[in-house]
Write a protein that binds this ligand. Sequence first.
Ligand SMILES: NC(=O)c1ccc[n+]([C@@H]2O[C@H](COP(=O)([O-])OP(=O)(O)OC[C@H]3O[C@@H](n4cnc5c(N)ncnc54)[C@H](O)[C@@H]3O)[C@@H](O)[C@H]2O)c1
Length: 363
Amino acid sequence: MPTVTVKLKSRSYAVEIAAGSVDRAGELARLALGARPRTAVIVSNPAVDALYGRRAARSLARSGLETLRFLMGDGERYKTIGTARSLYTFLIEHKVERRDVIVALGGGVVGDLSGFVAATYLRGISFIQVPTTLLAQIDSSIGGKTGVNHALGKNLIGAFHQPRLVVIDPETLATLPARQIRAGLYEAIKYGVIRDRRLFQRIVRQIEQIKRLDPTSLTHLIARSCSIKAEVVARDECEGGLRRILNFGHTVGHALEAVTRYRRFYHGEAVGYGMQAASRIAELMDLLAVEDREAIDEAVRLVGRLPQAKSLALNDIISAMGHDKKAEAGRLTFVLPVEIGRVVLRSDVPPRLVRSALKDILS
Ligand SMILES: NC(=O)c1ccc[n+]([C@@H]2O[C@H](COP(=O)([O-])OP(=O)(O)OC[C@H]3O[C@@H](n4cnc5c(N)ncnc54)[C@H](O)[C@@H]3O)[C@@H](O)[C@H]2O)c1
């Protein structure tokens, strides 16, 4: 089984990637946490729980853990402080202690919320990620960003709290809707563009196998994406510098999500447009060769058709970019590719180029 290590000194942890690993969650948890935990609280939602909850619970019980299950609502709108409060109450009522562990079984919504509660309950308890969407397997389960949404914006309340272990079972993707798979694939392309030309080329070459969930292609894609994320996080845990490259495609992506009130695009789809826009900006600034810009465009297209965006008003998108929580002192920082496999951060992109790139991409 491929194992990726996130190297953070005493807080280092393993990302175990293997078919069927949901059934080994207990054994892997004991290896990571030792004999201390008495109780494992599985946090999931009804849909994922119905598919994988029993298997995960059985495995944890086999390893001698008393297993409790907390189910939250399914969807982004439940990633709130209200859901966190219900989970705190559940933990208190069940006398969950500091030595115990929370197991997040689901996509990024479950992972972010569980991680946030784990970061704050009793000033921090252990948590394990068992991600079941492609986006969560290659991105959100690794790196320790946890949080909930506020009525005034996404992910505004949160904490850095690293998991103690990530258990990735690529077979769980068999039940994930195809559109969710595609949404995750855009993020995989992102890793290729920011850090690894060979990964990028491999995704393009094997796109059909990957979409069919061919185990070899899929496992490689997940493992390589996880290694890139792990390496970046290890070098810059709290996003002081390098980690910002992971935001490639996100400046425009977040704005597209915001102007459509998070209803039209999945996050990865908005990032698909965002990567095309950033690449076009890079080309207009003479940073990126036209062939590389075309290759990025083509890779995004190969994944599948993006929801249409041409009805959106350019001014709304541009103004939403200014509200992004990552904008500093009103200056927008763009992550721009200079070749496939290497990006730079630039805060000096002329507004007219942003406008012109958006026009090209969205029409
Ligand atoms: N912490 C981070 O670093 C980070 C990074 C990127 C995104 N995120 C967050 O991740 C969230 C999005 O995560 P997501 O895309 O996984 O969405 P999600 O968690 O909403 O999952 C998508 C849908 O798939 C269902 N599902 C999950 N696994 C399934 C499976 N194996 N089979 C069938 N259905 C399944 C879920 O019930 C849900 O309806 C956002 O809240 C975003 O802010 C966090």
